[in-house]
Design a protein around this ligand. Structure first.
Ligand code: SF4
Length: 328
């Protein structure tokens, strides 16, 4: 991919706290880019900071959440320097976000059609015929019968509601779509069909995607690049195919080993022992050290690991040795 990135997060720190002196850090120095049309997956356990990061990237982070340092650039413009009105105009029209709980997005007492009209009117599409035509087109694209535009959200199944939300998020043709566990609340069959539909829509409409999930096996299939987060940091980032074959961080390998294998004898799955650290009291050295089976005493529990990169694969671990690029 060439040109400047669609989204660039530069050394972003985010914390929660009403008082600036007692902010709990939840995102710690994240660098991440998304190019136009690219799918970047972000995976990690609950509480690792992935949703907070996406909320900040969409300009949706409200107090007590606050970006305490770094830059969030959308097409080169820093979201942190924008006024609330500039951010409002950007959301939905340029940057859209699909949440896990679609029922929380749609107003339960308003027909779907009205919600589409209101969203478009807020962004300057006030001609009702044009707005309805756009809503119908999006319903066709997400394979929902147009008659459901006249339904109330509770008259749609969970999968249909999520399709309606995706249609709403794409109706103004945003350049960047943040998907926060968009299929987690759905059964696997519906999950599969929605993932397929999203992938087709991305090819047709060309938007870039940040896909957040704890399901690394799903990301390996759909993402171009994957970032693994632990305790607020990106501990590994690599092209999806590379990560699948050559994960370099012990935490990523632990997540990978939690995939149930297909086509082989049933084996007992081993979970990752322990809990993520309390972000208010992070251990010295590597935040993963208390759970890492490869931790080196005196090093991992004392010194913060460095980041090492080679050929787009970046790992933050004392033990990682990047492969030498072939000569010639
Ligand atoms: Fe494990 Fe040490 Fe690497 Fe941290 S730095 S992931 S504790 S080996």
């Amino acid at each position: 991919m060439s040109g400047s990135p669609l989204l660039a997060l530069e050394d972003v720190h985010i914390g929660y706290g009403w008082d600036a002196r007692s902010v709990t850090p939840v995102v710690r120095g994240v660098d991440l880019t998304v190019a136009a049309g690219e799918v970047v997956g972000v995976a990690g356990e609950s509480g690792c900071g992935k949703t907070t990061l996406a909320m900040a990237a969409a300009g949706l982070l409200d107090p007590p959440g606050r970006v305490t340092a770094g830059r969030i650039l959308f097409e080169g413009a820093d979201l942190r320097a924008m006024s609330p009105e500039q951010l409002r105009r950007l959301r939905l029209a340029e940057i859209s976000m699909v949440f896990q709980a679609s029922m929380n997005v749609l107003n339960p007492v308003t027909r779907v059609r009205k919600q589409f009209l209101d969203a478009m009117a807020a962004h300057g599409v006030r001609n009702e015929d044009e707005a309805i035509a756009r809503a119908r087109e999006m319903f066709d694209r997400v394979r929902l019968p147009q008659r459901f535009l006249d339904a109330f959200p509770h008259q749609l199944s969970g999968g249909m509601r999520q399709r309606a939300v995706i249609a709403l998020c794409l109706v103004l043709r945003p350049k960047l779509v943040l998907l926060d566990e968009p299929t987690t609340a759905l059964d696997v069959v519906v999950q599969r069909s929605i993932m397929q539909m999203l992938s087709e829509l991305r090819s047709e409409l060309g938007f870039g995607v940040v896909f957040i999930t704890h399901d690394l096996s799903l990301l390996v299939e759909v993402a171009d690049r994957i970032a693994i987060m632990y305790a607020g940091q990106v501990v590994e980032e690599a092209p999806a195919k590379h990560l699948y074959g050559a994960a370099g961080h012990p935490y990523t390998r632990a997540l990978m080993s939690a995939f149930p294998p297909l086509g082989v004898a049933r084996v007992r799955m081993e979970g990752l022992p322990g809990q993520p650290p309390d972000l208010r009291r992070l251990p010295p050295g590597c935040a993963f050290a208390p759970r890492c089976l490869q931790a080196v005493e005196g090093t991992c529990d004392a010194v913060a690991p460095p980041a090492s990169s080679s050929e787009g694969h970046r790992v933050v671990c004392h033990l990682y040795e990047p492969k030498e690029a072939p000569v010639g």
